[in-house]
Design a protein around this ligand. Structure first.
Ligand SMILES: *Cc1c(COP(=O)(O)O)cnc(C)c1O
Length: 434
């Protein structure tokens, strides 16, 4: 049986999530259903914070909310004292509706629109992470127009690629994100920002990738950022107060994944920055990180109901569920792997290989290949660790409504995002009558 859930079996033998029986959740709220174990979210945020506290450095654990954004999620992140990253007006708006403290919000993105920058400046977001020269000009214009000021950081591409899936790499030189170092772009950006009295330059940022299992990518990135900060001090008499090494901390999706603990990542990042700073005789900066996947991924479960099955002589049978690429596109998009269990009896011996297929009209809509006991229509399957980039990438493909999202904690559960209705699906449609 899957070792992650050994403590999550109740007396009936059913999978529990946040102390709730998963079959009861499926019955009460319907399927497909996204369920988060909130205590797991809290646990991850606390684990990231712990080492910073022990090391007595200034820090921020900024939840990268693109992994899963909803009002309730921002509220939990706020309760745990996290900061948050947003990448669009929509995420910013949601965070504001959750009363997330605006000074703890960082606004990221490689093509922020003027309207987005106006909204960020008007509401005084904590930091704007400047990505490119066009943005410096646009932001400068917005600040003039609003006669305002704002904190900024510069995102650079440190030229480091962590060993991970190709699509997930954002730190290498050939990237759409950030200022290049070697060509002098980053230095030029710094000079432009320092010249601008309305921009308060707080520090330097890099994000090297996602689902990273090794420490050395973070060591190299952290060392590089201190290096850059030291050279900026020498060449431009500018001392960075914050070094932000981004997110990308890997989690366990399948048995072959062996992620490090949040504490292990933070320990190495803090040590590298302290060591490098000491070497350069540079004041220890505030150290910020931006975990997304690792905060919400392990806490999430997708519950599906089994429907049709297809057996083909000599081949692996298909079992179709009532969700699919509309609620989790990651398997179709980049062959992401997940563990799947039979919710009413995760301990029953898995006897057979299945393709767990979605209901969407795409041959590639296969959620997982899983070894499962024999199945019948109406059984509930639970996919594990679906909390990151699942619901947040959900679509209405085939005009299927998006699932509800439920938060469960200490044996209580609550809908935090309602299931879309058929009426919701057409509420933006207009008659054509020219
Ligand atoms: C996506 C992103 C993150 C979070 O990445 P995870 O892999 O979810 O931890 C952090 N920082 C930036 C700038 C990002 O774009």
């Amino acid at each position: 049986m899957n070792s992650q859930i050994t403590n999550q079996i109740n007396q009936a033998g059913h999978l529990t999530i946040g102390g709730m029986d998963s079959l009861e959740l499926a019955k009460e709220y319907g399927t497909p259903l996204v369920v988060y174990d909130v205590s797991q979210i809290r646990h991850q945020i606390r684990a990231f914070k712990k080492v910073f506290e022990e090391e007595q450095v200034n820090y921020a654990v900024s939840y990268a909310s693109k992994a899963f954004a909803s009002i309730a999620m921002y509220q939990v992140a706020n309760e745990e004292g996290a900061y948050t990253d947003v990448v669009s007006a929509g995420e910013l708006y949601t965070a504001m509706k959750a009363n997330f403290p605006i000074e703890r919000v960082s606004f990221h993105g490689n093509n922020k629109s003027k309207e987005e920058l106006e909204m960020a400046v008007k509401n005084h977001v904590g930091k704007i992470m400047i990505d490119n020269f066009y943005e410096i000009d646009l932001l400068s214009q917005v600040l003039e127009e609003q006669d305002s000021e704002i904190n900024v950081m510069l995102r650079i591409t440190p030229g480091i690629s962590a060993h991970t899936h190709e699509y997930d790499q954002t730190g290498q030189v050939d990237s759409k994100f950030g200022f290049d170092l070697d060509s002098g772009q980053a230095d030029k950006a710094l000079q432009e920002v320092l010249k601008n009295q309305r921009m308060h330059m707080l520090g330097i940022h890099a994000h090297i990738g996602s689902q990273i299992f090794e420490l050395n990518g973070f060591e190299m990135a952290a060392a590089k950022l201190v290096d850059v900060a030291a050279s900026w001090r020498k060449n431009y008499d500018y001392t960075a107060q914050i070094i932000n090494v981004g997110g990308g901390f890997g989690i366990k999706y399948v048995q072959e994944d062996h992620p490090l603990k949040p504490e292990e990542f933070v320990k190495v990042i803090v040590k590298t920055i302290k060591d490098e700073a000491t070497k350069h005789n540079f004041p220890i900066p505030e150290i910020d990180i931006e975990p997304g996947r690792s905060i919400v991924g392990p806490a999430g479960y997708n519950l599906y109901k089994v429907g049709s099955m297809k057996e083909i002589p000599g081949l692996v049978p298909y079992v179709a569920v009532d969700g699919g690429m509309g609620d989790n596109i990651r398997p179709a998009l980049y062959q992401a792997k997940y563990e799947t269990v039979l919710a009413n009896d995760p301990q029953r011996k898995a006897s057979q290989e299945f393709h767990v297929a979605g209901k969407y009209c795409e041959s590639g809509d296969i959620l997982a290949d899983a070894k499962l006991p024999s199945l019948k229509a109406g059984d509930i399957l639970a996919m594990l660790d679906t909390g990151a980039y699942g619901y947040s990438m959900a679509s209405n493909y085939n005009r299927n409504p998006r699932p509800a999202v439920v938060f469960a904690e200490n044996g209580k559960a609550q809908v935090v995002v309602k299931r879309e209705s058929l009426e919701d699906l057409i509420h933006l449609d207009q008659d054509y009558n020219i």
